[in-house]
Design a protein around this ligand. Structure first.
Ligand SMILES: NC(=O)c1ccc[n+]([C@@H]2O[C@H](COP(=O)([O-])OP(=O)(O)OC[C@H]3O[C@@H](n4cnc5c(N)ncnc54)[C@H](O)[C@@H]3O)[C@@H](O)[C@H]2O)c1
Ligand SMILES: [Fe+2]
Length: 398
């Protein structure tokens, strides 16, 4: 029986090379004064100025917030919201990676619904007023945040990366222009590409998956598996960048309507406590968590194995699922993903917070969506396994 499911995505998605030019028209249809939420890197690349020009051409005035200096915190949200209010803006535009987009989502909701962003975690407060129209323009490929109803904001008082999910956080419009991602440096391309792959895989193996998300997750996995190495090896490969932008967008749509699972649940506490970029912390966990989950999602992982290799079409599900795990491991190696130890996290410091991290992971709700639902002790043990994880372990040959 098909489970009851809801499917949401932005009202409008503009995508393709030079879609960025559409920001003026999109903003003009929504208001008169925009707040652009971006960062200093985007400014130095000239993207902010370009966006301001497109707005001017359509008689849209704007203010710019460039304070997003790392993965977003409640402090950036407050600063950007104050700027939004002080300037009587009526549209929010995010231009950057997931950090800028997530900050903007919080501003768009708080501007009309009030309160502290953390109030919205776990549905304690529900955003029942329509948010300010938000146009999300990703420059990484990527979080897919432009198409999700999730925002992830660090609570600076308890160092928890809050996963907040409500329909009001979904941007009204997404503009996905792969040309903007051409300047993404290698380490950002690797981290954000693996994040996108993790979204597609987790959306597909999640207990919350349904036929609409399956279709999109499969397409996303295929686009990413076939283009991630190319975009990493040659950042100017426009075809690979286009495929990655589309794959990341689809990954976002898939997980927003299905869910992420154990990888993301365990990854957020590492980001909050050790400031490991989100994509890297996912990658550090992904092979071990897939290995742990395999017995409960063999057929689904077999589909992934068959995307990685034509030959696996002849394999049994068990063999193809094994191939999926070893292929993800090899991919991490090719993308030069460090483990927690080589990233530089002190072993004692890590050990001392394992119990808190496992508790925070469970509290987020994501592990409950995993095909094999872990206990607190199993999560703790997975953290220990990942500390010194060896991505280079031999591939099992058939
Ligand atoms: N809301 C969601 O659905 C969702 C999903 C996944 C991740 N996230 C969140 O997104 C955040 C991570 O976002 P991210 O991985 O996109 O990284 P990011 O936004 O933190 O950006 C990383 C760095 O790359 C730079 N950068 C971005 N695009 C660039 C470009 N085209 N050229 C040159 N430099 C560029 C940025 O300036 C920054 O210095 C995390 O906080 C994570 O939790 C949110
Ligand atoms: Fe993610």
């Amino acid at each position: 029986m098909i489970p009851y499911s809801v499917f949401r995505m932005p009202k409008t998605i503009n995508y393709g090379p030079h879609a960025f030019k559409k920001v003026g028209e999109e903003a003009a249809s929504k208001g008169k004064k925009a707040l652009i939420i971006s960062d200093k890197v985007m400014e130095s690349l000239g993207y902010v100025e370009e966006g301001v020009e497109y707005l001017k051409n359509e008689q849209v005035d704007c203010e710019v917030y460039l304070g997003v200096e790392s993965e977003p915190t409640d402090i950036y949200v407050e600063e950007a919201l104050n700027l939004f209010k002080a300037n009587h803006c009526d549209v929010v535009i995010s231009l950057g990676g997931g950090s800028c987009i997530d900050t903007a989502k919080a501003v768009a909701v708080l501007a009309t619904n009030r309160g502290y962003i953390g109030d919205y975690m776990g549905g304690r407060k529900v955003a029942d007023q329509p948010p300010i129209p938000h146009i999300a323009i990703p420059t990484t490929a990527g979080t897919g945040s432009e198409a999700t109803d999730v925002t992830i904001i660090t609570n600076t008082s308890n160092e928890v990366k809050m996963m907040i999910k409500q329909p009001a956080f979904l941007p009204e419009t997404a503009i996905v222009d792969p040309i903007l991602s051409l300047t993404s440096p290698k380490h950002v391309t690797a981290a954000t590409g693996i994040d996108a792959l993790s979204h597609a895989i987790e959306a597909y193996i999640s207990n919350q998956a349904h036929p609409m998300t399956d279709l999109i997750a499969l397409s996303s996995m295929e686009l990413i598996v076939n283009n991630i190495e190319e975009s990493y090896e040659d950042g100017d490969d426009v075809k690979a960048r286009e495929a990655m932008a589309l794959g990341a967008l689809q990954g976002g749509i898939a997980f927003s309507n299905s869910s992420v699972c154990l990888v993301h649940g365990m990854s957020r506490p590492i980001g909050a406590l050790f400031h490991v970029p989100h994509g890297f912390s996912n990658a550090m966990l992904l092979p071990a968590v897939l290995e742990f989950s395999k017995e409960s999602c063999t057929e689904r992982l077999a589909d992934l194995g068959r995307i990685f290799s034509e030959e696996a079409k002849e394999y049994s599900d068990e063999e193809a699922a094994d191939l999926a795990v070893t292929s993800v491991k090899e991919l991490c190696l090719k993308l030069e993903i460090p483990n927690l130890s080589t990233w530089g996290i002190d072993k004692q410091a890590f050990e001392s917070v394992i119990s808190k991290m496992a508790g925070d992971a469970l509290e987020s709700g994501s592990p409950a969506n995993n095909p094999r639902v872990p206990t607190q002790l199993e999560i703790e043990s997975l953290y220990r396994d990942c500390y010194n994880y060896d991505f280079s372990l031999e591939r099992k040959v058939r």
